[in-house]
Design a protein around this ligand. Structure first.
Ligand code: PLP
Length: 335
């Protein structure tokens, strides 16, 4: 990777923000855990970064807290607003409660009651509006304008990206030895941007590989087109990454820091949920299993052996009722 001076300066800017992000007032340092069965099966050393163990059960708390903690006293007093049906909503709700900031979260009317309660139980206001995410988002932006509340993007914000980047800071400290690649699930690109900026600044030889759902591959589409594109349709099985357009700030980094982007099917995700369960006895949500599904596909395609590969296990917010479907499809998706 050859990096221009402007690009290097952008990375340095993010590394400084990541090192200064006070996320541990709320987030925890999660384990980087060996996956022995998967390692044996794939002939490579597989390590799982257990972000499913965060409070709210996903890494989103890192970015949400880092954004909210940096608001001015005036912005804090006016409160925050966001749109989300899932993990970002819970992250913002918890961070806002911790900091004594009033939070409104616009959720599509189709949002499962469980997640609406998850937001309300953390003291935030849940506003049900719109049939799907883009309508909820438009409403949240309108309300931000009308009420003066600060809009908190789930991914397209440098403070959010820096918060997510603390995942990479932990990985490099937890694993100073040989590290060949980090596989990162991609939705709107906040997580991969933060991780890629940190890793490419400090250990540029480590490959950063993005993994998208076949039904929401907006980073791959943007890299192919050379600009952000809006996907006409998005599948929601992996609801944590069901995003139609990659974030602008994220793409600025991914353009030169991501070595490869791959896509996987829903059945591959179900099989990966089982693999993670077999090694850890923990259940992952579909988006949370993207990176493991990506590693399996990577090893099958490249024949890689003896490498050390890290997968970000990004979240565990799955409805219990969905597990029947996951268990049924896992056998189909096994490769
Ligand atoms: C949000 C999320 C992602 C993707 O993160 P982006 O910053 O949107 O790319 C992946 N997995 C889970 C569980 C998430 O909640």
């Amino acid at each position: 990777m050859t990096v221009t001076r402007t690009e290097q300066a952008l990375l340095e800017h993010y590394v400084k923000k990541i090192l200064a992000a006070p996320v541990y007032e709320l987030a925890v340092r999660t384990p980087l855990q060996a996956a022995p069965a998967l390692s044996e099966a794939l002939g490579n050393r597989i390590l799982l970064k257990r972000e499913d163990l965060q409070p709210t059960f996903s890494f989103k708390i890192r970015g949400a807290y880092n954004k909210l903690v940096q608001l001015t006293p005036e912005q804090r007093a006016r409160g925050v607003i966001t749109a989300s049906a899932g993990n970002h909503a819970q992250g913002v709700a918890l961070a806002a409660r911790e900091l004594g900031i009033s939070a409104s979260i616009v959720m599509p009317v189709t949002t499962p009651q469980l997640k609406v309660l998850g937001v309300r139980n953390r003291g935030a206001e849940a506003i049900l509006h719109g049939e799907s995410f883009p309508f909820a988002l438009a409403h949240a932006l309108d309300l931000a304008e009308q009420t003066g509340r600060e809009f908190v993007s789930p991914f397209d914000d440098p403070d959010v990206i820096a918060g997510q980047g603390t995942v990479a800071m932990e990985i490099l400290r937890q694993h100073p030895g040989q590290l060949d690649a980090i596989f990162v699930p991609v939705g709107g690109g906040g997580l991969i941007a933060g991780i890629a900026a940190y890793v490419k600044y400090l250990r540029p030889e480590v490959r950063i590989i993005g993994v998208e759902s076949q039904h929401s591959a907006c980073l791959q589409a943007a890299l192919a087109a050379g600009e952000r594109v809006t996907l006409p349709e998005v599948g929601t099985f992996a609801d944590g990454v069901a995003v139609a357009q990659i974030g602008a700030h994220g793409l600025d980094i991914c353009r030169f820091c991501v070595d490869e982007v791959m896509t996987v099917s829903n059945d591959q995700l179900c099989a990966a949920i089982k693999d993670i369960y077999d090694d850890t006895r923990s259940i992952t949500e579909p988006s949370g299993a993207l990176a493991v599904a990506g590693i399996k596909q990577y090893v099958a395609h490249t024949g890689a052996r003896g490498q050390t590969l890290v997968a970000i296990d990004s979240g565990a917010n799955i409805n219990f009722d969905s597990l029947r479907h996951v268990a049924e499809r896992a056998a189909v998706g096994a490769i």
